[in-house]
Design a protein around this ligand. Structure first.
Ligand SMILES: [Zn+2]
Length: 522
Protein backbone atom coordinates (compact mmCIF):
# COMPACT_ATOMS: atom_id res chain seq x y z
CA UNK A 1 0.00 0.00 0.00
CA UNK A 2 1.75 3.23 -1.02
CA UNK A 3 1.59 6.30 1.10
CA UNK A 4 0.27 9.58 -0.28
CA UNK A 5 1.29 12.80 1.43
CA UNK A 6 -1.66 15.02 2.26
CA UNK A 7 -0.71 18.68 1.98
CA UNK A 8 -3.43 20.93 3.32
CA UNK A 9 -3.67 24.52 2.11
CA UNK A 10 -7.02 25.44 3.70
CA UNK A 11 -5.28 28.23 5.63
CA UNK A 12 -3.67 29.72 2.52
CA UNK A 13 -5.49 28.81 -0.73
CA UNK A 14 -8.69 28.06 1.21
CA UNK A 15 -8.67 31.50 2.79
CA UNK A 16 -9.01 32.98 -0.70
CA UNK A 17 -12.58 31.64 -0.90
CA UNK A 18 -15.30 34.25 -1.10
CA UNK A 19 -16.89 34.46 2.34
CA UNK A 20 -13.89 33.25 4.34
CA UNK A 21 -12.01 35.58 6.62
CA UNK A 22 -9.94 33.70 9.17
CA UNK A 23 -8.79 35.42 12.33
CA UNK A 24 -5.38 34.37 13.65
CA UNK A 25 -7.16 32.38 16.32
CA UNK A 26 -9.25 30.60 13.65
CA UNK A 27 -6.08 29.68 11.83
CA UNK A 28 -4.47 28.29 14.95
CA UNK A 29 -7.60 26.24 15.73
CA UNK A 30 -7.72 24.77 12.23
CA UNK A 31 -3.99 24.02 12.23
CA UNK A 32 -4.32 22.12 15.51
CA UNK A 33 -7.29 20.17 14.20
CA UNK A 34 -5.47 19.22 10.99
CA UNK A 35 -2.42 18.25 13.01
CA UNK A 36 -4.55 16.00 15.20
CA UNK A 37 -6.13 14.53 12.06
CA UNK A 38 -2.75 13.38 10.83
CA UNK A 39 -2.34 15.36 7.61
CA UNK A 40 1.33 15.52 6.67
CA UNK A 41 1.76 19.17 5.74
CA UNK A 42 -0.13 22.29 6.77
CA UNK A 43 0.42 25.42 4.74
CA UNK A 44 -0.20 28.25 7.17
CA UNK A 45 -0.10 31.28 4.91
CA UNK A 46 2.01 33.80 3.12
CA UNK A 47 4.13 35.66 5.70
CA UNK A 48 5.48 38.14 3.14
CA UNK A 49 2.05 39.15 1.91
CA UNK A 50 0.19 40.07 5.06
CA UNK A 51 0.88 40.87 8.72
CA UNK A 52 -1.81 38.47 9.95
CA UNK A 53 0.00 35.47 8.48
CA UNK A 54 3.30 36.74 9.85
CA UNK A 55 1.78 36.85 13.32
CA UNK A 56 0.27 33.38 12.85
CA UNK A 57 3.70 31.91 12.25
CA UNK A 58 5.13 33.76 15.25
CA UNK A 59 2.38 32.24 17.37
CA UNK A 60 2.96 28.75 15.98
CA UNK A 61 6.63 28.92 16.99
CA UNK A 62 5.59 29.00 20.63
CA UNK A 63 3.55 25.79 20.43
CA UNK A 64 4.74 23.78 17.44
CA UNK A 65 2.61 21.15 15.71
CA UNK A 66 2.91 17.60 17.02
CA UNK A 67 2.78 15.59 13.80
CA UNK A 68 2.41 17.69 10.68
CA UNK A 69 5.09 19.84 9.13
CA UNK A 70 4.20 23.50 8.92
CA UNK A 71 4.82 25.24 5.60
CA UNK A 72 5.12 28.94 4.78
CA UNK A 73 4.20 30.08 1.28
CA UNK A 74 5.65 32.61 -1.13
CA UNK A 75 6.43 33.16 -4.77
CA UNK A 76 9.78 32.93 -6.49
CA UNK A 77 11.91 35.99 -5.78
CA UNK A 78 11.31 39.33 -7.47
CA UNK A 79 13.06 39.94 -10.76
CA UNK A 80 16.14 42.16 -10.81
CA UNK A 81 17.37 41.31 -7.30
CA UNK A 82 18.76 38.15 -5.68
CA UNK A 83 16.69 35.92 -3.43
CA UNK A 84 18.91 36.98 -0.53
CA UNK A 85 17.92 40.60 -1.14
CA UNK A 86 14.19 39.92 -1.46
CA UNK A 87 12.30 41.17 1.61
CA UNK A 88 9.62 38.52 1.08
CA UNK A 89 12.27 35.91 1.69
CA UNK A 90 13.32 37.57 4.95
CA UNK A 91 9.73 37.08 6.16
CA UNK A 92 9.66 33.57 4.78
CA UNK A 93 12.78 32.59 6.73
CA UNK A 94 11.58 34.45 9.83
CA UNK A 95 8.48 32.24 9.86
CA UNK A 96 10.87 29.47 11.02
CA UNK A 97 8.94 26.65 9.42
CA UNK A 98 10.64 23.38 8.44
CA UNK A 99 9.01 23.60 5.01
CA UNK A 100 8.60 26.42 2.53
CA UNK A 101 6.48 26.29 -0.57
CA UNK A 102 7.14 28.70 -3.40
CA UNK A 103 5.32 28.98 -6.68
CA UNK A 104 6.97 29.91 -9.94
CA UNK A 105 5.97 30.53 -13.53
CA UNK A 106 5.76 27.64 -16.00
CA UNK A 107 3.67 29.10 -18.79
CA UNK A 108 5.69 31.13 -21.33
CA UNK A 109 2.77 33.54 -21.80
CA UNK A 110 2.76 34.28 -18.04
CA UNK A 111 6.50 34.90 -18.05
CA UNK A 112 6.44 37.40 -20.90
CA UNK A 113 3.01 39.01 -20.33
CA UNK A 114 2.50 38.90 -16.55
CA UNK A 115 5.96 38.66 -15.00
CA UNK A 116 7.26 40.74 -17.93
CA UNK A 117 10.67 39.18 -18.19
CA UNK A 118 12.51 36.84 -20.53
CA UNK A 119 12.10 33.08 -20.53
CA UNK A 120 15.80 32.71 -19.61
CA UNK A 121 15.51 35.12 -16.69
CA UNK A 122 12.53 33.20 -15.27
CA UNK A 123 14.62 30.01 -15.22
CA UNK A 124 17.30 31.87 -13.26
CA UNK A 125 14.68 33.31 -10.88
CA UNK A 126 13.45 29.78 -10.13
CA UNK A 127 16.96 28.41 -9.69
CA UNK A 128 18.13 31.24 -7.43
CA UNK A 129 14.95 31.13 -5.27
CA UNK A 130 15.10 27.38 -4.65
CA UNK A 131 18.89 27.37 -4.13
CA UNK A 132 18.66 30.19 -1.57
CA UNK A 133 15.97 28.39 0.43
CA UNK A 134 17.92 25.13 0.29
CA UNK A 135 20.96 27.01 1.61
CA UNK A 136 18.77 27.89 4.61
CA UNK A 137 18.17 24.16 5.19
CA UNK A 138 14.50 24.27 4.26
CA UNK A 139 12.47 21.44 2.78
CA UNK A 140 11.39 23.11 -0.46
CA UNK A 141 8.07 22.39 -2.13
CA UNK A 142 8.07 23.93 -5.59
CA UNK A 143 4.59 24.69 -6.98
CA UNK A 144 4.76 24.91 -10.77
CA UNK A 145 1.93 27.37 -11.36
CA UNK A 146 -0.21 26.76 -14.48
CA UNK A 147 1.86 23.69 -15.20
CA UNK A 148 -0.66 21.94 -17.44
CA UNK A 149 -1.55 25.07 -19.42
CA UNK A 150 2.15 25.88 -19.74
CA UNK A 151 2.94 22.37 -20.89
CA UNK A 152 0.22 22.53 -23.54
CA UNK A 153 1.58 25.84 -24.79
CA UNK A 154 5.29 25.04 -24.72
CA UNK A 155 6.23 21.62 -23.26
CA UNK A 156 9.93 22.10 -23.71
CA UNK A 157 9.95 25.32 -21.69
CA UNK A 158 7.59 23.96 -19.04
CA UNK A 159 10.01 21.09 -18.45
CA UNK A 160 12.95 23.52 -18.28
CA UNK A 161 11.28 25.37 -15.39
CA UNK A 162 10.87 22.07 -13.52
CA UNK A 163 14.51 21.19 -14.19
CA UNK A 164 15.63 24.57 -12.82
CA UNK A 165 13.81 23.89 -9.58
CA UNK A 166 14.98 20.27 -9.43
CA UNK A 167 18.63 21.09 -10.17
CA UNK A 168 18.58 23.74 -7.44
CA UNK A 169 17.50 21.06 -4.96
CA UNK A 170 13.69 21.30 -4.67
CA UNK A 171 12.43 18.33 -2.65
CA UNK A 172 9.21 17.95 -4.57
CA UNK A 173 7.76 19.50 -7.72
CA UNK A 174 4.04 20.12 -7.51
CA UNK A 175 2.24 20.40 -10.83
CA UNK A 176 -0.61 22.89 -10.60
CA UNK A 177 -3.80 23.09 -12.61
CA UNK A 178 -4.16 26.68 -11.48
CA UNK A 179 -7.03 27.63 -13.79
CA UNK A 180 -8.82 24.32 -13.26
CA UNK A 181 -9.35 23.77 -16.96
CA UNK A 182 -7.64 20.40 -17.45
CA UNK A 183 -9.20 16.99 -17.96
CA UNK A 184 -8.15 13.85 -16.04
CA UNK A 185 -6.77 12.20 -19.19
CA UNK A 186 -4.64 15.26 -19.94
CA UNK A 187 -3.33 15.40 -16.39
CA UNK A 188 -2.44 11.71 -16.43
CA UNK A 189 -0.82 11.96 -19.87
CA UNK A 190 1.30 15.00 -19.00
CA UNK A 191 2.47 13.52 -15.70
CA UNK A 192 3.51 10.31 -17.42
CA UNK A 193 5.61 12.34 -19.87
CA UNK A 194 7.13 14.46 -17.10
CA UNK A 195 8.13 11.37 -15.14
CA UNK A 196 10.15 10.12 -18.09
CA UNK A 197 12.53 13.08 -17.82
CA UNK A 198 12.29 14.28 -14.20
CA UNK A 199 13.41 12.11 -11.30
CA UNK A 200 12.35 14.43 -8.44
CA UNK A 201 9.12 13.31 -6.71
CA UNK A 202 5.95 14.96 -8.03
CA UNK A 203 2.84 16.34 -6.36
CA UNK A 204 -0.48 17.65 -7.66
CA UNK A 205 -2.42 20.85 -6.93
CA UNK A 206 -5.72 21.31 -8.76
CA UNK A 207 -8.57 23.77 -8.84
CA UNK A 208 -12.20 22.88 -9.29
CA UNK A 209 -13.39 25.13 -12.11
CA UNK A 210 -14.80 22.18 -14.05
CA UNK A 211 -15.78 20.11 -11.00
CA UNK A 212 -12.82 17.88 -11.85
CA UNK A 213 -10.31 18.81 -9.13
CA UNK A 214 -10.83 15.54 -7.27
CA UNK A 215 -10.80 13.45 -10.46
CA UNK A 216 -7.64 15.22 -11.63
CA UNK A 217 -5.93 14.66 -8.28
CA UNK A 218 -6.81 10.95 -8.34
CA UNK A 219 -5.59 10.64 -11.92
CA UNK A 220 -2.34 12.31 -10.87
CA UNK A 221 -1.86 9.88 -8.00
CA UNK A 222 -2.48 6.96 -10.34
CA UNK A 223 0.16 8.45 -12.65
CA UNK A 224 2.75 8.58 -9.90
CA UNK A 225 2.31 11.78 -7.87
CA UNK A 226 3.08 11.16 -4.21
CA UNK A 227 1.62 14.34 -2.75
CA UNK A 228 -1.87 15.82 -3.05
CA UNK A 229 -2.41 19.46 -2.21
CA UNK A 230 -5.93 20.61 -1.46
CA UNK A 231 -8.30 22.12 1.07
CA UNK A 232 -10.89 20.62 3.33
CA UNK A 233 -14.40 20.85 1.87
CA UNK A 234 -12.87 22.22 -1.31
CA UNK A 235 -12.83 25.79 0.04
CA UNK A 236 -10.91 28.11 -2.26
CA UNK A 237 -11.03 30.89 -4.77
CA UNK A 238 -13.65 30.77 -7.59
CA UNK A 239 -14.96 27.17 -7.66
CA UNK A 240 -12.51 26.08 -4.99
CA UNK A 241 -9.59 23.69 -4.63
CA UNK A 242 -9.35 19.93 -4.74
CA UNK A 243 -11.42 18.69 -1.83
CA UNK A 244 -9.29 16.79 0.66
CA UNK A 245 -12.27 15.34 2.52
CA UNK A 246 -13.28 13.48 -0.65
CA UNK A 247 -9.74 12.72 -1.79
CA UNK A 248 -8.73 11.17 1.55
CA UNK A 249 -11.92 9.09 1.56
CA UNK A 250 -11.51 7.81 -1.99
CA UNK A 251 -7.77 7.13 -1.78
CA UNK A 252 -8.09 5.20 1.44
CA UNK A 253 -11.31 3.31 0.81
CA UNK A 254 -11.37 2.71 -2.93
CA UNK A 255 -7.81 2.85 -4.17
CA UNK A 256 -5.75 1.21 -1.47
CA UNK A 257 -3.53 4.16 -0.64
CA UNK A 258 -2.52 5.22 2.83
CA UNK A 259 -3.31 8.86 3.64
CA UNK A 260 -4.04 9.98 7.21
CA UNK A 261 -3.68 7.31 9.94
CA UNK A 262 -6.35 4.58 9.79
CA UNK A 263 -7.57 5.43 13.28
CA UNK A 264 -8.36 8.99 12.14
CA UNK A 265 -10.44 8.08 9.08
CA UNK A 266 -13.61 7.79 11.13
CA UNK A 267 -13.08 11.41 12.25
CA UNK A 268 -13.20 12.70 8.68
CA UNK A 269 -16.76 14.00 8.93
CA UNK A 270 -16.00 15.73 12.22
CA UNK A 271 -12.89 17.36 10.79
CA UNK A 272 -14.82 18.60 7.76
CA UNK A 273 -17.56 20.03 9.98
CA UNK A 274 -15.11 21.59 12.38
CA UNK A 275 -13.38 23.45 9.57
CA UNK A 276 -16.70 24.51 8.07
CA UNK A 277 -17.73 25.79 11.49
CA UNK A 278 -14.58 27.84 12.05
CA UNK A 279 -14.64 29.07 8.44
CA UNK A 280 -18.31 29.93 8.85
CA UNK A 281 -18.99 28.44 5.46
CA UNK A 282 -21.43 25.52 5.28
CA UNK A 283 -20.65 22.13 3.76
CA UNK A 284 -23.11 21.22 1.00
CA UNK A 285 -25.62 18.67 2.26
CA UNK A 286 -24.89 16.48 -0.74
CA UNK A 287 -21.14 16.56 -0.15
CA UNK A 288 -19.81 13.02 -0.76
CA UNK A 289 -18.92 10.91 2.29
CA UNK A 290 -19.27 13.66 4.91
CA UNK A 291 -22.40 15.64 3.90
CA UNK A 292 -25.63 15.58 5.85
CA UNK A 293 -27.46 13.89 2.96
CA UNK A 294 -24.63 11.64 1.77
CA UNK A 295 -26.42 8.61 3.20
CA UNK A 296 -29.98 9.93 3.37
CA UNK A 297 -32.63 7.70 1.79
CA UNK A 298 -36.01 8.97 0.82
CA UNK A 299 -37.76 6.73 -1.69
CA UNK A 300 -39.78 4.01 0.01
CA UNK A 301 -38.39 1.26 -2.20
CA UNK A 302 -34.85 2.36 -1.45
CA UNK A 303 -35.47 2.36 2.28
CA UNK A 304 -37.07 -1.05 2.06
CA UNK A 305 -34.12 -2.43 0.14
CA UNK A 306 -31.52 -0.82 2.43
CA UNK A 307 -33.09 -2.50 5.41
CA UNK A 308 -32.67 -5.85 3.70
CA UNK A 309 -29.12 -5.12 2.61
CA UNK A 310 -27.44 -1.77 3.05
CA UNK A 311 -25.31 -2.35 -0.05
CA UNK A 312 -28.49 -2.02 -2.13
CA UNK A 313 -28.17 1.80 -2.22
CA UNK A 314 -24.91 2.62 -0.43
CA UNK A 315 -21.49 2.30 -2.00
CA UNK A 316 -19.77 2.27 1.39
CA UNK A 317 -20.63 1.92 5.07
CA UNK A 318 -21.47 5.50 6.22
CA UNK A 319 -19.59 5.01 9.49
CA UNK A 320 -16.27 4.46 7.68
CA UNK A 321 -15.70 8.22 7.76
CA UNK A 322 -17.92 9.02 10.73
CA UNK A 323 -21.16 9.70 8.91
CA UNK A 324 -24.47 7.91 9.49
CA UNK A 325 -27.45 6.66 7.56
CA UNK A 326 -30.65 8.68 7.61
CA UNK A 327 -34.15 7.87 6.48
CA UNK A 328 -36.11 10.86 5.31
CA UNK A 329 -39.75 11.03 6.02
CA UNK A 330 -42.18 11.96 3.27
CA UNK A 331 -45.25 10.58 1.62
CA UNK A 332 -42.83 8.69 -0.62
CA UNK A 333 -41.31 6.84 2.28
CA UNK A 334 -44.46 5.61 4.01
CA UNK A 335 -44.04 4.20 7.49
CA UNK A 336 -40.46 3.10 7.20
CA UNK A 337 -38.81 6.21 8.69
CA UNK A 338 -40.84 5.76 11.89
CA UNK A 339 -39.81 2.19 12.20
CA UNK A 340 -36.20 3.23 11.81
CA UNK A 341 -36.38 6.15 14.24
CA UNK A 342 -38.21 3.99 16.75
CA UNK A 343 -35.51 1.38 16.46
CA UNK A 344 -32.85 3.99 17.18
CA UNK A 345 -34.80 4.75 20.34
CA UNK A 346 -34.92 1.06 21.27
CA UNK A 347 -38.61 0.71 20.50
CA UNK A 348 -39.51 -2.34 18.46
CA UNK A 349 -42.08 -1.63 15.82
CA UNK A 350 -42.84 -2.98 12.39
CA UNK A 351 -44.53 -1.43 9.39
CA UNK A 352 -47.82 -3.20 10.10
CA UNK A 353 -47.98 -2.38 13.81
CA UNK A 354 -50.86 -0.22 15.08
CA UNK A 355 -48.33 2.23 16.55
CA UNK A 356 -46.72 2.80 13.16
CA UNK A 357 -50.13 3.37 11.61
CA UNK A 358 -51.16 5.77 14.36
CA UNK A 359 -47.92 7.68 14.03
CA UNK A 360 -48.25 7.97 10.28
CA UNK A 361 -51.75 9.34 10.78
CA UNK A 362 -50.50 11.90 13.30
CA UNK A 363 -47.75 12.88 10.87
CA UNK A 364 -50.21 13.30 8.03
CA UNK A 365 -52.29 15.57 10.23
CA UNK A 366 -49.24 17.69 10.94
CA UNK A 367 -48.47 17.83 7.24
CA UNK A 368 -52.00 19.02 6.56
CA UNK A 369 -51.36 21.87 8.97
CA UNK A 370 -48.37 22.82 6.84
CA UNK A 371 -45.48 21.04 8.55
CA UNK A 372 -42.93 19.46 6.35
CA UNK A 373 -40.55 17.10 8.03
CA UNK A 374 -38.68 16.12 4.93
CA UNK A 375 -36.35 19.08 5.29
CA UNK A 376 -36.53 19.10 9.08
CA UNK A 377 -35.07 15.86 10.35
CA UNK A 378 -34.44 17.19 13.85
CA UNK A 379 -38.09 18.16 14.31
CA UNK A 380 -39.06 14.76 12.94
CA UNK A 381 -36.97 13.01 15.54
CA UNK A 382 -38.56 15.10 18.28
CA UNK A 383 -41.99 14.35 16.85
CA UNK A 384 -41.35 10.60 17.04
CA UNK A 385 -39.92 10.92 20.55
CA UNK A 386 -42.97 12.85 21.71
CA UNK A 387 -45.29 10.32 20.10
CA UNK A 388 -43.48 7.43 21.76
CA UNK A 389 -43.50 9.29 25.08
CA UNK A 390 -39.72 9.19 25.12
CA UNK A 391 -39.37 12.90 25.46
CA UNK A 392 -38.81 15.09 28.47
CA UNK A 393 -38.66 18.83 27.89
CA UNK A 394 -35.47 20.60 28.94
CA UNK A 395 -37.34 23.73 29.98
CA UNK A 396 -40.85 25.10 30.19
CA UNK A 397 -41.99 28.35 28.68
CA UNK A 398 -43.99 30.63 30.92
CA UNK A 399 -44.25 33.40 28.37
CA UNK A 400 -42.39 35.77 26.14
CA UNK A 401 -42.90 39.18 24.64
CA UNK A 402 -41.20 40.53 21.55
CA UNK A 403 -41.49 44.02 20.27
CA UNK A 404 -39.84 45.80 17.42
CA UNK A 405 -39.34 49.49 16.97
CA UNK A 406 -38.36 51.84 14.25
CA UNK A 407 -37.15 55.37 14.82
CA UNK A 408 -37.79 58.36 12.62
CA UNK A 409 -34.14 58.24 11.54
CA UNK A 410 -34.71 54.76 10.17
CA UNK A 411 -33.08 52.62 12.86
CA UNK A 412 -35.01 49.39 13.45
CA UNK A 413 -34.44 47.00 16.34
CA UNK A 414 -36.18 44.37 18.41
CA UNK A 415 -36.26 43.37 22.04
CA UNK A 416 -37.39 40.09 23.56
CA UNK A 417 -38.24 39.31 27.18
CA UNK A 418 -38.69 35.75 28.28
CA UNK A 419 -39.82 33.78 31.31
CA UNK A 420 -38.99 30.08 31.47
CA UNK A 421 -38.63 27.38 34.08
CA UNK A 422 -35.45 25.29 33.98
CA UNK A 423 -34.80 22.42 36.36
CA UNK A 424 -37.24 23.85 38.87
CA UNK A 425 -35.83 27.35 38.76
CA UNK A 426 -37.63 30.36 37.26
CA UNK A 427 -35.55 32.34 34.83
CA UNK A 428 -36.10 35.74 33.35
CA UNK A 429 -34.03 37.28 30.62
CA UNK A 430 -34.18 39.90 27.96
CA UNK A 431 -32.09 40.56 24.87
CA UNK A 432 -32.11 42.89 21.93
CA UNK A 433 -30.99 42.59 18.37
CA UNK A 434 -31.75 43.91 14.92
CA UNK A 435 -34.46 41.32 14.33
CA UNK A 436 -37.09 39.73 16.58
CA UNK A 437 -36.07 36.09 16.05
CA UNK A 438 -32.46 36.75 16.93
CA UNK A 439 -33.53 38.71 20.00
CA UNK A 440 -35.67 35.76 21.07
CA UNK A 441 -32.85 33.31 20.39
CA UNK A 442 -30.47 35.39 22.51
CA UNK A 443 -32.92 35.73 25.36
CA UNK A 444 -33.52 31.99 25.39
CA UNK A 445 -29.82 31.19 25.43
CA UNK A 446 -29.17 33.74 28.16
CA UNK A 447 -31.50 31.77 30.37
CA UNK A 448 -30.34 28.31 29.38
CA UNK A 449 -26.55 28.64 29.16
CA UNK A 450 -25.83 28.26 32.87
CA UNK A 451 -27.79 24.98 32.87
CA UNK A 452 -26.67 23.71 29.47
CA UNK A 453 -23.23 25.16 28.65
CA UNK A 454 -22.82 23.22 25.37
CA UNK A 455 -25.39 25.56 23.80
CA UNK A 456 -22.58 28.04 23.27
CA UNK A 457 -21.21 25.70 20.57
CA UNK A 458 -24.29 25.88 18.36
CA UNK A 459 -25.54 28.67 16.18
CA UNK A 460 -28.27 29.26 13.63
CA UNK A 461 -26.95 29.11 10.08
CA UNK A 462 -30.08 29.60 8.02
CA UNK A 463 -33.61 30.86 8.43
CA UNK A 464 -36.25 30.35 5.77
CA UNK A 465 -39.85 31.48 5.69
CA UNK A 466 -42.48 30.30 3.28
CA UNK A 467 -46.05 31.56 3.15
CA UNK A 468 -48.38 28.58 2.78
CA UNK A 469 -51.42 28.55 0.55
CA UNK A 470 -54.62 28.83 2.45
CA UNK A 471 -57.84 27.65 0.95
CA UNK A 472 -60.09 28.25 3.94
CA UNK A 473 -59.98 32.01 3.85
CA UNK A 474 -58.20 32.38 7.21
CA UNK A 475 -54.97 34.28 7.70
CA UNK A 476 -52.10 32.74 5.76
CA UNK A 477 -49.84 30.44 7.69
CA UNK A 478 -46.10 30.60 7.46
CA UNK A 479 -43.63 27.78 7.70
CA UNK A 480 -40.28 28.61 9.23
CA UNK A 481 -37.27 26.37 8.73
CA UNK A 482 -34.24 26.97 10.91
CA UNK A 483 -30.91 25.35 10.21
CA UNK A 484 -28.41 25.07 13.04
CA UNK A 485 -24.88 23.83 13.27
CA UNK A 486 -22.26 22.90 15.82
CA UNK A 487 -18.80 21.44 15.41
CA UNK A 488 -20.16 18.01 14.52
CA UNK A 489 -23.45 18.31 12.69
CA UNK A 490 -26.02 20.41 11.01
CA UNK A 491 -29.76 19.96 11.65
CA UNK A 492 -33.01 21.55 10.60
CA UNK A 493 -36.20 22.25 12.49
CA UNK A 494 -39.63 23.48 11.49
CA UNK A 495 -42.41 25.60 12.94
CA UNK A 496 -45.81 26.52 11.47
CA UNK A 497 -48.23 29.23 12.58
CA UNK A 498 -50.21 32.21 11.36
CA UNK A 499 -47.86 34.29 13.51
CA UNK A 500 -44.32 34.33 12.17
CA UNK A 501 -42.79 34.84 15.62
CA UNK A 502 -44.66 31.85 17.02
CA UNK A 503 -43.60 29.70 14.05
CA UNK A 504 -40.01 30.82 14.58
CA UNK A 505 -40.19 30.13 18.31
CA UNK A 506 -41.38 26.60 17.64
CA UNK A 507 -38.50 25.92 15.27
CA UNK A 508 -36.07 27.59 17.67
CA UNK A 509 -37.15 25.45 20.62
CA UNK A 510 -36.85 22.27 18.53
CA UNK A 511 -33.37 23.31 17.46
CA UNK A 512 -32.18 23.89 21.02
CA UNK A 513 -33.82 20.72 22.33
CA UNK A 514 -32.35 18.64 19.54
CA UNK A 515 -28.89 19.93 20.39
CA UNK A 516 -29.40 19.12 24.08
CA UNK A 517 -30.73 15.63 23.29
CA UNK A 518 -27.79 14.98 21.02
CA UNK A 519 -25.29 16.07 23.69
CA UNK A 520 -27.07 14.04 26.37
CA UNK A 521 -26.48 10.90 24.27
CA UNK A 522 -22.71 11.41 24.36
ZN1 LIG B 1 -4.11 27.02 -5.76
Amino acid sequence: MSKIQIYDTTLRDGSQAEGISFTINDKVKIARKLDEAGVHYIEGGWPGSNPKDKEFFALMQKTPLKHAKLAAFSSTRKKGITAAEDLNYKDLIAAKTPVVCIFGKTWDMHVTDVLKTTLEDNLEIIRDSVAFLKSKKKEVVYDAEHFFDGYKSNPEYALKTLKSAADAGADILVLCDTNGGSLPEEVAGVITEVREVIATPLGIHTHNDMDLAVANSLAAVESGCIQVQGTFNGFGERCGNADLSTIIAVLSSKMDYKTIPDAKLKDLKDIAYYISEVANLPIADNHPFVGHSAFAHKAGVHIDAILKNSKAYEHIDPSTFGNHRRFITSELAGKMPFVMKAEQMDVKMDKASPEAKAMLKALQEKELQGYQFEGADASFELFVKKFLKKYKPFFKLEGFRVHTEKSAEGRAWAEATLHIEVKGSRQFSSADSVGPVEALDRALRNSLLQFYPTLKDMHLTDYKVRVLDTKDGTAAKVRVLIESQDEHDTWTTVGVHENIIEASWEALVDSVEYKLLKDAKK
